[in-house]
Design a protein around this ligand. Sequence first.
Ligand code: AMP
Ligand code: MG
Length: 418
Amino acid sequence: MPKSDSAYCNDNTEQHMRSVEEAQTHILQSIQPLVATERVDLRQSLGRILACEVQVRQDVPSHRNSAMDGYAFRHIDTDIHAAFYVAGVSLAGHPFHDTLDIGQCVRIMTGAIVPTDADTVIMQEHVSHEGDLITLQRIPKPGANVRHPGEDLRAQTTLLPAGRKLNAADLGLLASQGIGEVDVLRRPRIAFFSTGDELKGIGETLQPGDVYDSNRYTLYGMLSKLEVDILDMGVIPDQPQAVESAFTRASQLADVVITSGGVSVGDADYVTDTLRTTGTVDFWKIAVKPGKPLAFGKLNAHCLFFGLPGNPVSVMATFLLFARSAILKLRGESVTDLPEYQAICDTPIYKTPGRKDYQRGICHLDGQGQWRVSSTGMQGSHILRSMSMANCFIVLPLLMGNLETGSTISIIPFRELL
Ligand code: AMP
Ligand code: MG
């Protein structure tokens, strides 16, 4: 972060605004990864975090085998023989058990055991044959095309370390060891609900001033990318009792509770009031746009809380900026900043200095390998269409103002996070 940003925030005592980076650091520092584990079937372990190191149980490959379809022979025989008699066949799963006399070879297929007497395999394209005789058209190097035990995995070494996020290759490695069940960290349970009397569920009739609740769907979508258990608790009306009991229930069920709406002070929301009396929650103004108000803390010793602002773009932006990495840390993943790239603006960008903007942009790499970005247009925090059109944030530092076409600016591609 540029120093001037930090200074600006700290000096801005009137509004007590925190910088994005301060808020991110504070949040991450207060999170301990979950330690509880569970044993799951190998297929179910995809994308999960390995709870403890897994060791190699047996060498892979377990036997000396051929890398080619061809013929196996003793290399030293080539000193006196150019032609070999085919004495038998070794197929994958059906080895050749006899011994080889001088000048004999075995027809062999990929993966099949190389007979004890043989040390070299010639690929079938490099021989000519007549009846049971083959003639080598070239002499391969001694030991050619033979795979040795333990070349891939050596017994008693680390197969996969604790904390590994298991991918498709890892599932294959575990299967190659005959391992059918794995101990992984428990998935965090994330409960969320929306607050506001104006919110209606799909299927309900809108009265004047009502809106359909869209935040629960954007949150559901973003959480679905994170390998967590999701608890959608619906819309909670703006009534003290309802809000309080929703918090109590959610904090008993979940590791993290996320709400949207009702964290900006001064409206008929009972979220802030309830939170001030239960748990230890801080209410922040963050020098960010969209998403200035943010509440973060704990509802009880075990349950984290994120109070995201209600506007549809603010919910998505604050989730991606603050909640996402916290949840990743909680589930045992190593957290790194989202990659930022420098892009040339293909449109002007309008910005008021004072907050760090995460505007919505459409980016692509041009023929020269240069990132280019255009604004999606109107940037209000209620313009959810801007998130749908966009594939990146355009990151505009706190003190920056308008940008002309052709300027260079940072972008954070986010398509795969939504
Ligand atoms: P609030 O943060 O509660 O003051 O809400 C700010 C704005 O976001 C208001 O226009 C709300 O109607 C709107 N809003 C709040 N929650 C939702 C939601 N779940 N879905 C769609 N819009 C919402
Ligand atoms: Mg509200």
